[in-house]
Write a protein that binds this ligand. Sequence first.
Ligand SMILES: *Cc1c(COP(=O)(O)O)cnc(C)c1O
Length: 428
Amino acid sequence: MNYESTLAFAQSLDYADPLSGFRNDFLFPQQNGSPFIYLCGNSLGLQPKAAREVLNEQLNNWHNLAVEGWFEGDSPWMFYHKELKKLMGPLVGASAKEVCPMNTLTVNLHLLMVSFYKPVKGRFRIIMEAGAFPSDQYAIESQVRFHGYDPKDAIVEVAPRVGEYTLRTEDILARIAEQGDELALVLFGGVNYFTGQWFDMEAITKAGQAIGAIVGFDLAHAAGNVPLKLHDWNVDFACWCSYKYQNSGPGGISGIFVHEKHFTDTTLNRFAGWWGYQEEQRFKMEKGFVPEAGADGWQVSCTQVMPMALYFASLQIFEKAGFIDPLRNKSKTLTSYLFYVINEVNKSLNNEQFKIITPLDENDRGAQVSIIAKQKGKEIFEKLVANNVLGDWREPNVIRLSPVPLYNSFEDVFRTGELLLQISKEVL
Ligand SMILES: *Cc1c(COP(=O)(O)O)cnc(C)c1O
């Protein structure tokens, strides 16, 4: 497409956008009486208008049914997660049996590593991306120590080449192959939080499994953002949070994926709790843990009804939008337009003031564009916020702008570019 950096052009794209109406399903934060252009859905998605209704509904159930709410009412809490599983599956490319909402993300990362990081003599290493989200680094380090290894020996990090910001797939695959039979686990992000790079998850899965390792993904920045085919790619396990691109609210519930090929493996360790026990027999309260079949068998504590209600409300919006494919189409055009607009700003300034570190190829990125300002980055970022454009700042020097196809418009992108130019002219 030939883009133009004009308001009329941006509005013409919005006019032709079949998803433009979904913006009305969300509430926007305001400052000085006007709504923000919200480009921070990669950190905390906006509140769906339906959120308040579903919470009220559950408060009413609690009021009217109290303990009987577990088995009575329109959707008893005992089986409530099943409604979510039906909608989570299509979002990540899995069957309903392979996914389950539970806990929060880092907790699930630990629980899944208990099952799938099984170091044995000689095969104990974990390979991950360098500069992974800190929570993942801490979780992996502590798991390695828990098994009696030194993170310095056991963790292999794949880093970008000197002078580059993103990883080359060939380098990732080569580093995996190099580990040979010392590699126990590949644990990568789906989309990197800092650069917005979407890794070739299928190729990574194949490479890890080819040398006998288990392959898992943290999909915090990928779920609800890019199309995933976890089952078909033969990924062993994955987990994600739902409060970023999936708009389930701060501290929202996490989701897990376990490939069905593992369902019958009775050798897997689990940190068990009563809610993972076989559903039919759960209330017999018998001794000796017998897991429910499928991902549900990894549940530990009872259903978190309020966070699940919020996630359900948001998943219903995805269902209405046709799940991920229509969103992905719009998302590619939104980020391409943002690339264009930023390059136009550079041209007007006669200077490579803004360096984009997100991959140029739209197949290697999700809905995020990360930029480094050559000069006065923090000051420019603060002025964007003061002028009602809310992206975020990531130390040491990156501005992340994330146009989300459910609620951002092409006009949002155009206005962000206009403001970047105006602010740059003021401060440089
Ligand atoms: C956002 C994010 C987290 C956050 O974990 P919580 O347990 O939900 O606080 C973890 N890992 C990655 C990769 C993230 O992007």
